[in-house]
Design a protein around this ligand. Structure first.
Ligand code: ATP
Ligand code: MG
Length: 397
């Protein structure tokens, strides 16, 4: 593909924080941006040159976005694949509608991971598809205790129910409206990690070293990103598997693949692939402050066909997610967190997404700590987590 050079307008489906950080990266390079999102106050729409304020399937809105944009990408996997398909008839779209369709349906996604297992060397968790009464009756007992997950529209642990018995499974499926689901075996996780890979139109691939993630209540709380955050051999396996998963579908753009790590006992720990996001990922936000090229820079390069630089991490980093809970005090009253105090800590980088209303569990921003030495990074992060009352403190050593 002939590169789309700065000065052109890049289109973004979705106006959340990931779109906002893409817009920042694109604008720094001299691109103009157009965001399609129905919310007049969307974080990305508010900072973009153009904001098409319609639904994701609105024919007029899509036509407007296509007319404005030299190429289009997406910031969330639940954008209707049909919408991307119709845009792709007019403009380069990356990732493709097909790749997004796989990522937005756990049944398709697991089939893809299983198909890749021979080359990636990494299986997914044992699971069964649950779409019919017959499949409910036939659900393998060895998947219990397990997690019932809706095939579509799940994120941040939503659309998931933990079940221990066949009766609980039947109740949970009924509570979820008997929509298509997967039942996944509950695995004893030793750790979780993720890998970010960028792949160009020509198949060139660059990736970051895997980062280790700590989830609390199904939502990412902390990302550790520094040498030694994972065993080197395990990290190399995760990275190779991610590149295989991207190559198998000729993926173009920035992709994140999440993994579970299982205790291998006396042998090497086992990797299990959990899910993929066809876009930058919360666990890659540290790249903004700790790397010479961020995941959003690479998203821009991949979309436009610019050369893909090999990113280099220059500082150890630790990221703390800032959910809306931080805006509530012990009495449940709204407060403004003590940002000045947090920013007095060495190496603190505050990112707030411009969301006007704080709600519990809502991703409002993140804090990344960087420094010359890991010890300083961790002590600043511990102090910030303590002052803000963030969860997962015990994983900070
Ligand atoms: P995301 O916000 O990452 O898209 P999601 O809602 O799609 O989240 P998952 O990634 O499937 O959800 O699960 C969220 C978290 O729940 C995982 O990161 C992990 O901590 C836990 N979890 C999910 N599946 C399993 C499993 N099979 N065994 C043990 N823990 C699990
Ligand atoms: Mg996940």
């Amino acid at each position: 593909m002939t590169p789309i050079l700065p000065g052109a307008t890049l289109g973004m489906m979705g106006g959340g924080q990931l779109g906002r950080m893409f817009v920042h990266a694109a604008q720094r390079l001299g691109y103009f941006t157009a965001v399609l999102d129905p919310d007049p106050h969307s974080p990305a729409g508010c900072v973009s040159h153009h904001h098409v304020q319609t639904g994701y399937s609105d024919a007029q809105g899509l036509a407007q976005l296509a007319a404005l944009s030299a190429a289009v990408t997406t910031e969330f996997e639940n954008v209707p694949a049909d919408a991307l398909q119709s845009l792709a008839a007019q403009r380069p779209v990356a990732p493709s509608a097909g790749a997004v369709a796989i990522a937005q349906d756990r049944i398709e996604e697991k089939a893809h991971f299983s198909a890749c297992a021979a080359t990636s060397g990494v299986p997914c968790a044992p699971y069964a598809v649950l779409q019919t009464q017959a499949q409910l009756q036939a659900a393998p007992a060895n998947l219990l205790p397990g997690i019932l997950k809706t095939a579509r529209m799940g994120y941040d642990g939503k659309g998931q129910v933990r079940v221990a018995t066949p009766a609980e499974l039947a109740r949970a499926w009924s509570e979820l409206g008997q929509v298509p689901c997967v039942l996944e075996k509950m695995l004893p996780l030793k750790a979780e990690c993720s890998v970010l890979v960028a792949r160009g139109w020509d198949g060139q691939v660059v990736s970051y070293p895997p980062q280790r993630n700590v989830h609390v209540d199904g939502i990412l709380a902390i990302t550790h990103a520094y040498g030694g955050c994972l065993p080197a051999e395990l990290a190399a396996r995760a990275r190779a598997a991610t590149e295989a998963i991207a190559a198998q579908i000729d993926y173009v753009g920035l992709l994140c693949v999440e993994f579970f790590v299982l205790d291998g006992g006396a042998g090497a720990d086992t990797l299990v692939v959990n899910e993929m996001a066809p876009r930058p990922h919360n666990s890659g936000h540290y790249t903004l402050d700790a790397c010479d090229f961020s995941q959003f820079d690479l998203q821009v390069h991949a979309l436009t066909g610019l050369p893909l630089p090999t990113p280099r991490q220059h500082s150890p980093a630790l990221m703390l997610n800032l959910l809306g809970d931080v805006w509530f005090d012990a009495q449940g009253q709204l407060r403004t967190p003590d940002w000045a105090g947090v920013l007095a800590l060495p190496g603190a980088h505050l990112h707030l997404y411009g969301k006007t209303e704080a709600r519990r569990g809502r991703k409002m921003g993140h804090l990344t700590f960087t420094g010359a030495e890991l010890s300083g990074v961790l002590s600043s992060a511990r102090e910030a987590a303590r002052r803000l009352g963030l969860p997962g403190l015990e994983s900070l050593g």
